[in-house]
Design a protein around this ligand. Structure first.
Ligand code: 13P
Ligand code: SF4
Length: 350
């Protein structure tokens, strides 16, 4: 990266000192990760967001829904900045508040809303988390989905899982022993979600039709292909991958789990990793004694994570050092109140 920009980022960060706390998700570019005080998966970052209440500025290097959660979980006086406001998430955009309200009405009309506990993946807007909090549900991430679902099924006989159908299905079927036929998919663009009342009444898991455009690109062919090319390879994937990919893989887990698994792997072992490319490249560099490769042949960055680059980070840090807060993420008080209930419930899971 541009040495002039690296120097400017260093200078601005040094000028801010303890007044700024920089969080970086594992999918961020190397040039950005270099300046993070803490790196993590979305669960770790949600916990860490509140770890430095004395810092007036929190710069979140990640995507919009993560910065919103940080705003909800930090103290009132703290300001959360997202270096590029265009860093959204296509999966989070697949569930809007109005669509989820409409879905709830469909469940009410089918007479089952009272049995349903809503669970939303962290990868959703603050509005959706607020909806879930208002209806007694919980937020989950890819590292605690099983525990969140255990909690939800202790409370009600059915779950509405938003917005990632793959994480919901993979957790329910592969970790909790539900059948594929216990799961139905609610399509927000079809009347009644495209489901009949009978299907809704029989279902135990109502999955929202949403997915991650990055992880959705891995296919069973990617797995078969790498196994044919690299004998003995271990296939390690994120649970946002499609069900058949996760079923065919050797290990599955969040970005933090993927990192720990590779740290513990013996020298000489081979790993095909199905997650975002910035992370896989960094892991390959960090483990030259292991053969770490990307699961697919086509390049697979998360384009919105990548929007946060060094020029954007420099702009954020320099404006803060100048006393100007640019690109602040703010969740309105009422939404934040209910979203916090669902987030706190997640943080309290055993
Ligand atoms: P985790 O951070 O939970 O591994 O999720 C990955 C992801 O897609 C974040 O957007
Ligand atoms: Fe969203 Fe997928 Fe990118 Fe994560 S990797 S921010 S889920 S599009």
């Amino acid at each position: 990266s541009d040495p002039g920009l690296v120097e400017r980022a260093r200078a601005a960060k040094a000028a801010l000192g303890e007044r700024v706390f920089v969080l970086g998700h594992h999918y961020q570019r190397d040039e950005v990760i270099e300046f993070a005080d803490v790196t993590g998966d979305s669960f770790k970052l949600a916990r860490e967001a509140a770890a430095r209440p004395e810092a007036p500025y929190v710069v979140f290097c990640g995507v919009h829904f993560m910065a919103e959660s940080a705003d909800i979980l930090t103290a009132d006086h703290q300001r959360v900045v997202l270096p590029d406001l265009a860093a959204g998430c296509s999966m989070a955009d697949m569930a809007t508040f109005d669509q989820v309200e409409e879905c709830w009405e469909v469940l009410e009309d089918a007479g089952i809303a009272g049995d349903v506990v809503p669970v939303t993946y962290m990868n959703s807007s603050a509005d959706i988390k607020g909806f879930v909090g208002r209806h007694g549900g919980v937020v989950c991430t890819s590292s605690n989905a099983r525990r969140a679902l255990d909690w939800a099924y202790a409370k009600g006989s059915k779950v509405l899982f938003l917005p990632d159908q793959h994480l919901g299905r993979n957790t329910a079927v592969l970790e909790m022993g539900l059948g594929l036929d216990d799961c139905v998919v609610y399509s927000p663009h079809r009347p009644g979600g495209g489901l009949g009342e009978r299907e809704l009444r029989d279902a135990r898991m109502i999955l929202w039709r949403g997915h991650c455009s990055v992880h959705g690109r891995f296919s069973l062919d990617s797995v078969d292909d790498v196994r044919a090319r690299v004998p003995g390879v271990n296939v390690l994937v994120h649970p946002e991958c499609r069900h058949e990919v996760v079923t065919a893989a050797d290990r599955v887990g969040s970005t933090e789990y993927i990192i720990k698994t590779l740290e513990a792997a013996p020298a000489g072992s081979a790993w095909a990793v199905g997650t975002e490319l910035n992370l896989v490249r960094r892991l390959a560099n960090a483990h030259p004694d292991k053969n770490v490769m990307f699961l697919d042949k086509t390049v697979c960055y998360c384009s919105t994570m990548n929007r946060i680059d060094l020029p954007h980070l420099v702009r954020s840090l320099e404006s803060l050092a100048d006393g100007r807060v640019v690109n602040q993420i703010r969740v309105d008080e009422e939404t934040a109140h209910y979203a916090r209930l669902a987030l706190d419930q997640m943080l309290a899971l055993p």
